[in-house]
Ligand binder design. Structure first.
Ligand code: SF4
Length: 239
């Protein structure tokens, strides 16, 4: 047996390493093709629901699309969103002269923070993500303060979602379960909340004073009086 041969669990020879690399490339290509087809399918479902939808493969492309949608000098409200920070949108928008309004600045006083939460909602663009998207195009969102879901439900501004395909769920029930069992626990840990999901990693539908999921918004259609864009990304983004 050659050292580089690939063994199965019974220590049986399967194929040489060179062939394994070829197969790995094929696996990666199949994964990418699956993501691409899923992304294109979701775009159709979202457009049927009145959203302006687009699928792209990478977070770099997502950033480029965001920058195409938001003109220089615009004000941009960014509520609590890991995705938007992960694609690097905030720095790039600020570099282009946009006023980026966000309340995650720890030096804000309580009054400044409340004013910032309000100003996020009133900016020219509201830039965020969803916690889950169903296969038929529902956008499912959970919130502790309610500011983020408020800005999604109504506004005179343009709403932009950036959503990684890691957030796709089969049904509304699965999407809600995702918000509580996958999205909220890392957020609770990040915010040092004393919740069961932070301790155990699983939701118990708690009565904790620190409960992070107090408001649930399901966007079934793009809401009236504004344009809503959804940029789907074929990568894992956010929680
Ligand atoms: S209900 Fe409580 S335990 Fe469940 S996800 Fe929300 S904060 Fe965590």
């Amino acid at each position: 047996m050659e050292k580089n041969d690939i063994m199965d669990e019974n220590s049986q020879w399967v194929f040489p390493l060179g062939e394994a690399i070829v197969l790995t490339n094929q696996f990666d290509a199949a994964r990418q093709e699956h993501r691409d087809r899923l992304g294109r399918t979701l775009v159709k479902r979202l457009e049927e629901r009145g959203f302006h939808a687009l699928y792209i493969q990478t977070k770099e492309e997502a950033l480029s699309e965001v920058l195409k949608l938001i003109p220089e000098g615009a004000s941009v409200g960014v509520p609590g969103s890991v995705t938007i920070r992960e694609i690097g949108a905030m720095e790039k928008l600020a570099e282009r002269g946009c006023s980026v309004i966000h309340h995650w600045n720890p030096s804000l006083s309580q009054e400044e923070r409340m004013n910032t939460l309000r100003d996020e909602l009133l900016a020219d663009y509201f830039l965020t993500s969803s916690n889950a998207i169903t296969l038929d195009g529902l956008l499912v969102n959970i919130d502790g303060n309610g500011n983020r879901v408020s800005g999604m439900a109504w506004g005179k501004n343009t709403l932009i979602f950036v959503i990684g395909l890691n957030k796709v769920s089969n049904s509304l029930d699965e999407a809600i379960a995702r918000t509580r069992n996958q999205a909220t626990p890392p957020n609770a840990l990040r915010l040092h909340l004393q919740t069961p999901c932070a301790s155990t990693g699983r939701c118990t539908d708690c009565d904790s004073p620190d409960r992070a999921c107090k408001a649930l918004l399901v966007l079934e259609r793009a809401t009236g009086g504004r344009t809503t864009h959804v940029i789907l990304v074929g990568e894992d983004l956010g929680f």
